[in-house]
Design a protein around this ligand. Sequence first.
Ligand code: SF4
Length: 253
Amino acid sequence: MLAIRNLQRENDLIAEKIKIIGSLYCGHLKTENYSKYIADDIFYEHGELEGINFRLKAENEKSSNYMTEINTTKGNFKKYRQSIKGTNWGLGLFKYKSCDFCEDVSGDLADFSLGDAWLPKYEDDDLGTNLVIVRSQMILDLLNNAKERIFLEELSDQELFDSQAGGYRHKREGIHVRNKLLKKTAGIAVKPRYKLEKDVKLSRKIIYWYRVFLRNYSLVYIHTKKNKMMFKLFSVGITFLAKFHALLIKADK
Ligand code: SF4
């Protein structure tokens, strides 16, 4: 995003052509092995994976309880996301390392940003609810003109933060902990944009270290492609690691 903004500043033609920049909220990006892992978890003998729909709305369910469907040479198969091990986003399995050093949650430089409104008051709508941050008058006018056709409600800053609190914490606090780890292991560190307001509690530090371990555990997956037993072992490992992560979160509260 910063690169596009810089380009707009340097090049009048590009500045003229790019009218609006939109962004999604981003917790982190998964590697392509995440799709393969999900397909194996849903149905190991699935043949060639041709497509995947990560979010298939499930009627009469809470918005967070969606399904994931795979399209394969042997047919289409689906499963509730919660019953696929390791898909809790907070675990950070199959995450790119670079995402552990990114502090941008909502696409700070975009004209508008769209994210999931993970707030209790919207949970019961199985279609889900988006939050929109508007930083452009043009987008604001468009939304206001569509008021009759879409549900619009203003959120406070606190609600906005609460809806993605985990992401803000993991990125803007966690980066300082991961940075120290990077410095120790690789002798380099990135330059965080946001300073720490207070020292990070030990229980939180352990969570951030543990998530780095989980990211690295995901690298084992590729070796489980050889046979179903190895995949099962990997999958059991994920179950235990996820349970331990939940314990760490509980201990931190
Ligand atoms: S680098 Fe940041 S914005 Fe890009 S995919 Fe990773 S977390 Fe998202």
